[in-house]
Design a protein around this ligand. Structure first.
Ligand SMILES: Nc1ncnc2c1ncn2[C@@H]1O[C@H](COP(=O)(O)OP(=O)(O)OP(=O)(O)O)[C@@H](O)[C@H]1O
Ligand SMILES: [Zn+2]
Length: 606
């Protein structure tokens, strides 16, 4: 079974593989495939790190895992399954976050190659920095549906993972979704969560009830306004939405009155929320706007007409009943899976999102518009993962053979391009961005802020959130004066002081380093009186000289061409870029807010 047999690889490669040590980060869709390929190719020394345990939803594409493994460590089970293909391999499994202190630069230096099979930017950024610091080649992989990409990152030779600014990820605070929506997408995300609470897989992270822990509402959350009547109909906190709905036999009127009446009144009772916002308007089933109107004339497709609130309520009722029937027709414990192409599921989300939008004075949207926003899910495709993993291991072999210059980025196209190619390799390696604040020899960024308002604590947040640092220390350049220390207690007493109060002024340069990442950057303070918070300014937004290809690259999903230096790109007509779907990572120092994934939307819980 193992390919390490005479004649398969040339002698040089066979020997290089025999002497290699490889680290695989992530044992998910791509990681499992990489591990399987490595052991079948005869790589003798492999370490694998994954922080997660196996979920039922992984089984359809992560073939090293089976039903009996659900709940167990991904890294450990991946190791055990891979050993069954080739027991002669030495695999070390770590059930841990790669961001943990355990894996410092000296750990990374042990390896000839690191292979990333991650699903979030925070971890990717971290491994990128560790590999730059350890000067180990990193094979970075990713897929988005049928598309995929394999990219080599090597200090001084290629672009690093952070050489180009990334499009901001969609991210909404959980309290915005539950308490204070202000955009249609907030209502759509809420409606999809509601679908799951009522008919789908219940997820505590997708609670749709008013969030009493919202820091903005602090003090008076749910104080006085709830009366006995509301408690009878199902207090938001005491019962799960599903349980309560089942008890009412999914009575549309009762559901509607709770979700769009009682819960909204409960929110109104959190008075702090509405001091600077227009308060929501609770709705009453018997008296809905648009009830007596005849449908407005509409010339487009039926799905492009925006329903009135009254129509939404009708559609809510019919879709609720259809979904209830569907749920009841299934074996006990089974649930529905939201699907934009399933009529009742899509109707339900459109109706709920629009009713909620009306309540919060947000523009209503057509079913067509909501479908495109709500259905923007990028599925994980097993074949795409397998192909990318195969390409990654081929790249690893090339690196071991000493042919690193040949390891150009390779793109897996969702369909063959006009040249008949499914795999499109770059012609040359993409050179580092000299202005990159991570890998440039003199990495520098400016921090635009109001020094009279930004506190030391805010500076710490800016460094962590803006520069993806884990444990920043900052000292004034030239003076060596430490203004921010990652050691607990050392500078905490200054946390509430403004930067001005601690003696920092416009133009002052801070040398900021993160011992966990072996990463240092010069941060120049830039006074801006009008800046309410902070903003990082890098030269990376400045376009670099024209890249070799004649066409600009579009962002993911055909958005506008992105500014910035030559992003690795293929030469086909339609462009693709890997989209990260999740930022749900554990770090050694857990962030204050937990982020959860909602299909392609990221929700940040307060
Ligand atoms: N900081 C980290 N340290 C170690 N492993 C990580 C870290 N962050 C993410 N991972 C792992 O990377 C893997 C990525 O795999 P994949 O993209 O297939 O995600 P998944 O969680 O298995 O599947 P899905 O997200 O589609 O349900 C996951 O197993 C995840 O646990
Ligand atoms: Zn870089």
């Amino acid at each position: 079974m193992v390919a390490r047999v005479a004649g398969v690889f040339d002698e040089k490669l066979t020997e290089a593989i025999a002497n290699s040590k490889v680290l695989v980060v992530g044992a998910g869709g791509i990681g499992c495939e990489i591990l399987k390929n490595l052991v079948l190719t005869g790589f003798p020394n492999i370490e694998i790190i994954d922080l997660d345990t196996i979920d039922v939803s992984n089984l359809n594409r992560q073939f090293l895992f089976h039903k009996e493994h659900v709940g167990k460590s991904k890294a450990q089970v991946a190791k055990d399954s891979a050993l069954s293909f080739n027991p002669n391999v030495n695999i070390v499994a770590h059930h841990d976050s790669v961001i943990s202190n355990e894996y410092g630069v000296s750990y990374f230096k042990k390896f000839n190659i690191v292979m990333n099979a991650l699903d979030n930017r925070v971890a990717r950024n971290h491994v990128n920095r560790m590999c730059l610091a350890a000067d180990v080649p990193l094979v970075e992989t990713g897929t988005a549906g049928y598309a995929g990409q394999v990219e080599l990152i090597k200090k001084g030779l290629t672009q690093c993972y952070e050489c180009l600014p990334k499009a901001p990820q969609k991210s909404f605070p959980g309290c915005t979704i539950r308490n204070t929506p202000s955009e249609p997408i907030h209502c759509i995300v809420w409606a999809k969560h509601l679908f799951n609470q009522l008919f789908g897989e219940e997820d505590p992270d997708q609670n749709v009830s008013p969030d009493t822990a919202d820091p903005e509402a602090a003090g008076d959350a749910g104080a006085s306004a709830l009366n006995a009547k509301e408690s009878e109909t199902g207090n938001v906190d005491r019962k799960s939405t599903r349980m309560w709905a089942a008890e009412t036999n999914y009575d549309p009127e009762k559901l509607f009155s709770k979700l769009f009446g009682d819960d909204i009144r409960y929110l109104l009772s959190m008075e702090n929320l509405w001091k600077k916002r227009r308060p929501p308007t609770p709705l009453v089933w018997d008296n809905l706007p648009g009830k007596d109107d005849s449908p407005a004339k509409h010339s487009g497709l039926p799905d492009q007409r925006v329903w009135s609130v009254s129509e939404c309520a009708q559609i809510f009722a019919t879709s609720c009943k259809a979904l209830e029937a569907d749920l009841k027709s299934r074996p006990d414990g089974d649930h529905l899976v939201w699907d934009k192409d399933e009529k009742s599921a899509m109707d339900f989300v459109t109706a709920c999102a629009n009713v909620r939008a009306y309540i919060f004075n947000i523009p209503l949207k057509s079913r067509f518009e909501i479908k495109s926003m709500a259905g923007n899910i990028i599925p994980a495709i097993a074949t795409a993962n397998a192909i990318v993993a195969g390409l990654a291991v081929l790249r690893a072999q090339n690196i071991l053979k000493g042919n690193i210059e040949d390891c150009t980025s390779v793109y897996l196209r969702p369909k063959v391009n006009h040249r008949g190619q499914l795999f499109v390799p770059e012609k040359t390696l993409t050179t580092p961005n000299p202005k990159c604040f991570v890998c440039a020899p003199k990495a520098e960024v400016a921090l635009a802020c109001n020094l009279k308002q930004l506190t030391l604590k805010d500076l710490n947040t800016a460094l962590k959130e803006g520069l993806n640092m884990q444990a920043p220390d900052a000292a004034v350049e030239g003076k060596g004066l430490v203004v921010l220390s990652s050691e607990p207690g050392e500078t905490d007493h200054n946390n509430h002081k403004t930067l001005e109060q601690i003696g920092l002024n416009d133009g002052c340069a801070l040398l900021v380093d993160d011992f966990l990442q072996n990463f240092e950057v010069r941060v120049r303070l830039q006074q801006e009186d009008d800046e309410k918070s902070w903003r990082l300014v890098t030269d990376m937004d400045t376009p670099m000289p024209e890249p070799k290809e004649d066409k600009p690259t579009n962002g993911a999903n055909g958005s506008e061409p992105k500014p910035g230096p030559s992003r690795p790109k293929d030469d086909s007509d339609s462009d693709m870029e890997i989209i990260e779907e999740d930022e749900g990572v554990e770090t050694t120092k857990p962030p204050k807010r937990r982020r959860i994934e909602v299909s392609d939307d990221i929700v940040e819980l307060c």
